[in-house]
Write a protein that binds this ligand. Structure first.
Ligand code: ACO
Length: 311
């Protein structure tokens, strides 16, 4: 394993085989130590800086189309980062001028047409990281859409908690253009994020749309000029890192879970989830917040977070 220091303030301990070499213990340690980045993934580049893990799909010559190897590598990376204290927010982006051109038509589809077992494995890995893992990931996730997003790319786009796009990014549910339907999980993911009218329109026509239209449809939170995309992403990540991480995780899981739960059960689920948060929250945010507002009168929770003790 090769570890390369990059500018910043953390030790990032990426897995050697299946396990971590070292694990830094706290946000303070993270800020005071140099970042180390593993270099030996072939289809994904990983950079960790100041708490942000930049996960970069890295097949720019193929517009970051997803090969079976990319699915395996992404599955391993997401598993590893989920419990790495150095990675506090994940940003998913693409190398070059594409975010992700969908599944690799050759490596993921045609080459595996006569290999059912390999194909099944590739499909499993593909679903595992893009939806199984990302949708309920324990840490905040941001899709930073820097260019083309086609077909299968929509699954991880919707699975991420937030999406920021370049205004001139190009999106397309292009399956219809080569005579298939948006399979895998794309159709389901699309209906999570789009109105029925928009989902049907773009799925049935294959028409492309830009980042501004994606923002209008609420497929992405915000579209910004390309030159501001990275700084806007960092600003959002820093905002999230200032918040109680257990509460951020619980909020995400609660909002996403209640979408699928009948109203009769949602109340009970949310009561249980709140109890879980109070039990797991090492910094006791609820008590801190109440005390700082009611007793110390040092802040107004309507406008900003309480001062965190461990920062
Ligand atoms: N699968 C396999 N190879 C791809 C894919 C893909 N999804 N997308 C791009 N490539 C390859 C091209 O074959 C080409 O390879 P080559 O240099 O060996 O010939 C290389 O990437 C560059 O592609 P170009 O078409 O030359 O690049 P350009 O910038 O002009 O266009 C674009 C980019 C629009 C993304 C175009 O490549 C394209 O239409 N790709 C397919 C997009 C798509 O329909 N994806 C959905 C797949 S279906 C699914 O995901 C379920």
């Amino acid at each position: 394993m090769t570890l390369t220091p990059v500018r910043g303030g953390a030790i990032t301990n990426f897995p050697a085989g299946d396990r971590y070499v070292k694990l830094a213990a706290s946000e303070r340690i993270q800020r005071e130590n140099p970042i180390m980045v593993r270099q030996d993934y072939q289809t994904v580049k990983l950079e960790c800086e100041n708490g942000i893990a930049w996960i970069i799909l890295n097949r720019p010559e193929k517009r970051n189309a997803m090969s079976p190897q990319m699915h395996r590598e992404m599955s391993e990376i997401l598993d590893a980062l989920e419990f790495d204290p150095q990675a506090r927010v994940l940003v998913l982006t693409g190398a070059g001028d594409a975010w992700c051109a969908g599944q690799d038509l050759k490596l993921f589809f045609r080459d595996l047409d006569d290999k059912p077992e390999e194909s099944a494995r590739a499909h499993q890995a593909s679903h595992y990281w893009r939806w199984g893992k990302l949708y309920m990931y324990r840490k905040p996730t941001i899709a930073m859409v820097n260019g083309y997003c086609f077909g299968g790319g929509f699954t991880q786009l919707v699975a991420c908690d937030f999406a920021l796009a370049a205004e001139d990014a190009v999106f397309g549910v292009s399956e219809i253009n080569w005579g298939i339907l948006p399979g895998g999980f794309v159709s389901k993911a699309l209906t999570e994020a789009l109105s029925l009218r928009d989902a049907v329109w773009y799925t049935m026509t294959g028409e492309t749309f830009d980042g501004r239209t994606a923002e209008r449809m609420r497929l992405v939170n915000r579209a910004v000029p390309r030159e501001r995309l990275r700084e806007e992403t960092i600003a959002l990540a820093e905002r999230l890192m200032n918040l109680n991480p257990e509460a951020v995780r619980a909020c995400k899981q609660a909002i996403k879970s209640v979408r699928a739960i009948p109203a009769d059960f949602a109340g009970d689920y949310l009561t249980a989830k709140s109890a879980e948060l109070r039990f797991l929250d090492a910094e006791q945010g609820r008590r801190q917040g109440m005390s700082q507002f009611l007793d110390q009168k040092t802040y107004r929770p309507g406008f900003k977070p309480y001062a965190r003790p461990m920062k």
